[in-house]
Design a protein. Structure first.
Length: 80
């Protein structure tokens, strides 16, 4: 019984030490500066530019007839 108590106390002490020392790793370590990424650039984007009005038609077998009719009716509405 005394052996189990000793093992339990050791485990509690060990876990407590790990808990308190886990966040103190910053002292001896130095952070490195990231290298400049001169080779890779972000693509030029015009976020304020209006989107083009080009509509790509769907393949004939892609849409069922009722959906095709709905889309055709939507194109026939003035102002769209």
């Amino acid at each position: 019984m005394n052996g189990l108590k000793a093992i339990f106390r050791f485990l509690v002490l060990f876990i407590t030490c790990l808990t308190f020392t886990g966040g103190l790793e910053e002292g001896s370590r130095v952070k490195r500066v990231r290298a400049e990424s001169s080779g890779v650039r972000d693509p030029a984007q015009a976020l304020d530019a209006p989107e083009p009005d080009t509509v790509v038609p769907a393949p004939p077998s892609f849409l069922i007839p009722s959906v095709k009719e709905y889309l055709e009716l939507g194109m026939a509405i003035p102002g769209k």
